[in-house]
Ligand binder design. Structure first.
Ligand code: ZN
Length: 274
């Protein structure tokens, strides 16, 4: 298996972070066409009961966040050239977003030219939800000998879709770059969707749930965000998001709001140990 290092050299051969297996949270990308409220007949497709799973035991000794792209469905030399090009494009696109841009030196990116099937597929009732076999994706990265904190599978498929859970999955069509960053927000920052994903109300416990708030604003736990522009609708219709728009609401907005930026920065610090 060929291996292409997009940035720096190999890691130090330390054991990569293993997320706890008990959690299974997978989020779909936002509905297409800028629709902000999704029909939620797909609740059974993923279990969203695991609120804010812990970051687990993280190997911080590397001093970097290792983001590892793994190919799915790119066969042959031409296919792999496309994969490497896609991975490079996505890396550069991620680094146009804060807080990634100003913390770019905390990241290392790797690309695994995997040719074996990772068992990726679309959910029957919500075709935009593409998931892959997490253990196969990890095995491909390990086989290639690259460290990884977060794996991002790029599926060679022009049709919209992806998912964000323990690993991120994205397609490589027109908005694949935005889907990737949205899903990476889920997988890396444990961010929630800011669009309404369910018909039913969420539990009101007066607490923030990552970037959503299940109480009466303002959320005192959100530091320095008194000026937050609270809007109803954040995973649940009765939870608040902290801004009118954001990439976690719709792919039409190409930024993370302040609350999400803080959570992402916290994740960068935790994973890199800086
Ligand atoms: Zn999402």
């Amino acid at each position: 298996m060929a291996l292409f290092q997009l940035l720096l050299a190999f890691g130090l051969g330390l054991a990569p972070f293993q997320a706890p297996k008990s959690r299974h949270v997978v989020h779909a990308p936002p509905p297409e066409l800028g629709v902000q409220s999704a029909p939620s007949d797909f609740v059974d497709d993923f279990d969203d009961s695991g609120d804010e799973p812990s970051l687990g035991t993280i190997d911080v000794s590397k001093g970097y966040v290792d983001v590892t792209f793994v190919a799915e469905g790119y066969a042959g030399t031409k296919g792999m050239a496309q994969f490497l090009s896609d991975a490079k494009t996505y890396r550069e696109y991620l680094l146009t977003y804060e807080p990634f841009r100003s913390n770019a030196n905390a990241f290392r990116f790797h690309a695994v030219e995997n040719e074996e099937s990772l068992g990726c597929g679309r959910a029957a009732s919500i075709p935009r939800l593409i998931t892959c076999d997490v253990s196969k994706a990890k095995r491909a990265a390990k086989k290639a000998g690259v460290p990884f904190d977060k794996i991002v599978v790029i599926v060679n498929d022009a049709d919209y879709g992806g998912s964000g859970g323990e690993i991120s999955v994205t397609y490589n069509g027109r908005r694949g770059d935005r889907v990737f960053v949205h899903e990476f927000g889920h997988s890396f920052g444990r961010l929630k969707d800011e669009y309404v994903a369910y018909d039913g109300d969420g539990e009101i416990d007066g607490k923030p749930h990552a970037n959503c708030f299940a109480g009466k604003p303002p959320a005192s736990e959100w530091d320095g965000t008194r000026e937050a522009d609270y809007r109803l609708g954040c995973t649940y219709r009765n939870w608040y998001r902290s801004s009118p728009g954001s990439l976690m609401l719709t792919l039409d907005e190409t930024y993370f709001n302040e609350v999400s930026k803080q959570l992402l920065k916290r994740a960068i610090d935790a994973y890199s140990g800086r």
